[in-house]
Design a protein around this ligand. Sequence first.
Ligand SMILES: [Zn+2]
Length: 133
Amino acid sequence: MAEEKGHATLPAESGPEELTCPACGGPLREILSTETPQAHDEDLVHYRCLVGHTYTGGDLLAAQSAALVASLRATLGTLEEKVAVARRLAEQAEQARRELLSAYYQAQDAEQRASLLRQTLLDGQDGETPKAN
Ligand SMILES: [Zn+2]
């Protein structure tokens, strides 16, 4: 049978989860105020970081929601920048494709003109000399 670890040694001020202080990013400790309840304080659980930022459960939820919104805004900003860069690259690729197509058609046109001229010169060698102006 596996031995249960930690349960007997959990200090009174601790939580099972590793929570992060929204203000400073440090670890948060859960503080149960069952031993010193205050009449005006309906929150039995508080959270405090090493720096001293303290939160009620509601404060912590609100701060986490604000952090989520900020994080999502940052993600949205990154996505919008990615769209801008990808569009720029696509425009450059389109321009390069147009230039490549233009060069291809110019080469094809020059090749046809060279072929016509070559044939004209060859026809001239077969019989009569091409007339000079
Ligand atoms: Zn803090």
